[in-house]
Design a protein around this ligand. Structure first.
Ligand code: GDP
Ligand code: IMO
Ligand code: MG
Length: 430
């Protein structure tokens, strides 16, 4: 399983792509089209929002019941991958909740109503769709395919209309109504891909197939464990792979957590190590830190080992992939956060309250930087890693008690180093 250990955009898409050859099936289990996973292969750039990244390797791709699905986005991704020559073998859970144009309008209205308390959502309808799921008024693939006239759909339409009118004093936008017209047509095209994914995945496990669970967002955006309320509306930690696919926890295997060599965050919320200076700007420029979905600039800062340790604990991440290590090249000294000071008290973990957390002043330790990257074309690239980079990685390992298994030093598939003898039964295909 691959999960993000920060506020998203850790490079999950790239790492899943590199690992996919070792697996038969790649499945998403939470989130929706708020995700943006970029994979770069030579000159070709692929951006995924819903489709599991394994689609590029011709693998069976599954969208589990824990995902909220925007059928327009799904169809558009299907079509663009097909027109790029990929043969897509997709299965979407009949129990997955579907995002409707109402949800998108409500997401936008809720954000606007918050004034300066905005979360900075991706405005893709994620929160309202999960809210309706929990309130038991949502619509699932199976409801939609039965008929768009069924009672569940009617309840949703009525509730959404009154919420938009009474709570926000707005009328349903023309664009919402227009897309509702197109909705049933789109559902018809998605229908052949809908089925019982839990049954499928469990049978595949029984038949000895290997499944890679692809996380979206990141642990610090998790609805329970993240910096609430500045979070997304799903559980993003590894445990969600089980509820989000219907594969029991006893059948899940190792967890690989992805962390950048520094931190980024899109949207609002506490970020103790944020750098609002030239170093922050340098990280943003070198790392190309602009949102895949919204194009918003990502806030940047030093690696936070307190937050990383917290995320590793929540996910049980025995293995780590450290990405974007190239972005730190030439910076000297490097800083890593090893504690917080909140109103005179030192803290070694993340407080529950975001009000408290936003007062955290990072306590830093300095490490020496490196000026060159190892040559990934060398068959033994790992042994040519500069000692200062090794020290940086060892610092991460000693803080988290996890093993660094993959080092990523560029966006391309090829810019990847597999640390020898760490991940059992895994090779990387670049
Ligand atoms: P995800 O949401 O976790 O899949 O991450 P995104 O794809 O949204 O953001 C990561 C960005 O960094 C993408 O543009 C990747 O192409 C790029 N990327 C991934 N790994 C590396 C790396 O090691 N170095 C650099 N410079 N870029 C990387
Ligand atoms: P990937 O999978 C980074 C952030 C949004 C906002 C908050 C809530 O690419 O790592 P939402 O639309 O989910 O209700 O927004 O969560 N967010 C992400 N930030 N990467 C993502 O996904 C994100 N998905 C949501 O910016 O702060
Ligand atoms: Mg992303």
């Amino acid at each position: 399983m691959v999960v993000g250990l920060q506020w998203g955009d850790e490079g999950k898409g790239k790492i899943v792509d590199v690992l996919s050859e070792n697996f038969d099936i790649i499945t998403r289990f939470q989130g929706g089209s708020n995700a943006g996973h970029t994979v770069i292969i030579g000159d070709a750039v692929f951006k995924f929002r819903l489709m599991p990244t394994g689609a590029l390797r011709g693998k069976k791709v599954v969208i589990g019941n824990g995902v909220v699905v925007d059928p327009f986005v799904l169809l558009q991704e299907l079509e663009s991958l097909r027109s790029a020559g990929f043969n897509i073998d997709l299965l979407v859970s009949d129990r997955a909740h579907f995002i409707t144009p109402y949800h998108i309008q409500i997401d936008q209205l809720q954000e606007n109503a918050k004034g300066n308390q905005k979360i900075g959502t991706t405005k893709r309808g994620i929160g309202p769709t999960y809210a309706d799921k929990i309130s038991r008024i949502g619509v699932r693939a199976s409801d939609l395919l039965t008929s768009l006239d069924n009672p569940q759909w009617k309840i949703l339409a009525e509730t959404s209309t009154s919420r938009i009118q009474e709570l926000h004093h707005e009328k349903i936008e023309d664009s919402t109504l227009k897309s509702l017209d197109a909705y049933s047509e789109t559902m018809k095209q998605i229908a052949p891909f809908v089925g019982d994914t839990s049954e499928y995945l469990n049978s595949a496990i029984d038949a000895g197939k290997r499944i890679l669970f692809e996380g979206a967002q990141g642990t610090l955006l998790d609805i329970d464990h993240g910096s609430y309320p500045f979070v997304t509306s799903s559980n993003c930690v590894s445990a969600a792979a089980s509820t989000g696919t219907g594969v029991a926890p006893t059948k899940l295997d190792s967890v690989l957590g992805i962390t950048k060599a520094y931190m980024t965050r899109v949207g609002a919320g506490p970020f103790p190590t944020e750098l609002q200076d030239a170093t922050g700007e340098a990280l943003q420029a070198r790392g190309g830190e602009f949102g895949t979905v919204t194009g918003r600039p990502r806030r940047c800062g030093w690696l936070d080992l307190v937050a990383l340790k917290y995320a590793v604990r929540l996910n049980g991440a025995k293995y780590l992939a450290v990405t974007k290590i190239d972005v730190l090249t030439g910076l000297n000294p490097l800083k890593v956060c090893v504690g917080y000071e909140i109103e005179g008290t030192e803290l070694k973990t993340i407080p529950a309250s975001s009000v408290e957390y936003s007062k955290a002043i990072p306590i830093y330790e300095e490490l020496s930087g490196w000026s060159e990257l190892p040559k990934v074309s060398d068959s033994d690239a790992y042994s040519s890693i500069p000692t200062t980079m090794l020290d940086f990685l060892k610092k991460i390992e000693s803080w988290t008690s996890s093993k660094v298994a993959i080092i990523s030093q560029g966006p391309d598939r090829a810019d990847t180093i597999l640390v020898p003898d760490v991940l059992p039964d895994i090779s990387i295909d670049v």
